[in-house]
Ligand binder design. Structure first.
Ligand SMILES: [Zn+2]
Ligand SMILES: [Zn+2]
Length: 254
C-alpha cells in the first residue's frame, strides 16, 4: 500500500499547495481520501484522474470536498472513463451538502451525474478492491470520520480526519504503522483537554500517537503560516517514535 499526500493544507491552501487529499494505492486499486480545494490539479499531476476507483470523504467541510466539483466536470466533459463511474462515498447526510452547493450554480445533480454516490454506514466501513476502510466518528464541528485503512498485506494506515481530542481515534489507531493526524492549532497554544475544540495542538496529536502505540506519526492539516518545525518538535516531545510533518507529494510504502 502506498500513501501519497496530494494536499495537506487546512481551510486555505499553503502557497502552491492544496487542501486535504490523500491518495491510497494498492496494486490497481486507487482511492482518493478527501478532495479539498486545490486537490484535483495536484491529483492530475500524479496520475490520470480516471484511474481513481473511489473517493472517500471524511466530512463535508469545504477544504475536504470542494474539488469534487471540478473532478465531476472532468468526468462528464473530459475524456471518457472506460470502467463506468467511480464511486463517491460520502458520510451520512453529505450528499445534501453537495446537492445544495451544485444547485447554487444550477446543476444540482452534478455530482451524481459524474459519480456513483453512496452515503456510507460508518459502522460497516467501506471496501474498495483489497483496500478496507474502518471508520470511527471523531469530535469536530460537523460529523467527521477518521479512517483505518488496511489491505490483505496487514499494513495499517490511519487518517484522523479533522478532530479534537478523541479516545475513539486512539482505539482506531492502535497498532497502526502510520498515523496521519491533524495538528491544526499552533504549538504554543495551551493544551486544555477540557476545552471543547474540533482541532488538535501538536502536543495533543503526539499524545494520541503515544497512547495508540503507532509506528510513525505524520502531522498534517497545519498551515504554512505556522512554525511547522516547532509543531513537529512539540509532538516529538510526547511521542517517542518518528514524527514528521506532511509535505505536498510525500509518500510512504507500507
Ligand atoms: Zn479541514
Ligand atoms: Zn473540518
Amino acid at each position: 500500500m502506498r500513501i501519497t499526500v496530494i494536499g495537506r493544507s487546512p481551510a486555505w491552501q499553503d502557497a502552491n499547495g492544496a487542501c486535504s487529499g490523500y491518495l491510497v494505492e494498492s496494486g490497481e486499486t486507487k482511492v482518493l481520501v478527501d478532495c479539498g480545494n486545490g486537490v484535483f490539479g495536484k491529483l492530475r499531476g500524479q496520475l490520470d484522474h480516471r484511474e481513481i476507483n473511489a473517493v472517500v470523504i471524511s466530512h463535508p467541510h469545504g477544504d475536504h470536498i470542494l474539488d469534487l466539483f471540478p473532478f465531476a466536470y472532468a468526468l462528464i466533459y473530459g475524456p471518457p472513463r472506460t470502467a463506468g463511474k467511480p464511486i463517491l462515498y460520502m458520510p451520512p447526510g453529505g450528499m445534501e451538502v453537495l446537492r445544495t452547493i451544485a444547485g447554487s450554480f444550477d446543476k444540482e445533480t452534478l455530482i451524481e451525474d459524474a459519480f456513483d454516490t453512496i452515503e456510507y454506514v460508518p459502522d460497516e466501513g467501506v471496501t474498495v478492491g483489497d483496500i478496507a476502510i474502518e471508520m470511527a466518528e471523531v469530535p469536530h464541528f460537523t460529523r467527521a470520520y477518521a479512517m483505518a485503512i488496511s489491505t490483505s498485506a496487514q499494513a495499517k494506515f490511519v487518517y484522523g480526519a479533522d478532530c479534537g481530542v478523541s479516545d475513539a481515534l486512539v482505539a482506531l489507531a492502535r497498532g497502526a504503522d502510520v498515523l496521519m493526524v491533524e495538528a491544526t492549532l499552533p504549538a504554543g497554544l495551551p493544551a486544555d483537554p477540557q476545552a471543547e475544540s474540533g482541532h488538535l495542538t501538536p502536543v495533543q496529536a503526539g499524545q494520541i500517537a503515544h497512547d495508540a502505540g503507532v509506528g510513525r506519526l505524520v502531522l498534517t492539516h497545519a498551515s504554512d503560516v505556522l512554525d511547522l518545525e516547532g509543531s513537529r518538535q512539540a509532538a516529538a516531545a510526547v511521542f517517542a517514535g518518528p514524527v514528521e510533518m506532511s509535505a505536498q507529494g510525500s509518500s510512504w510504502d507500507l
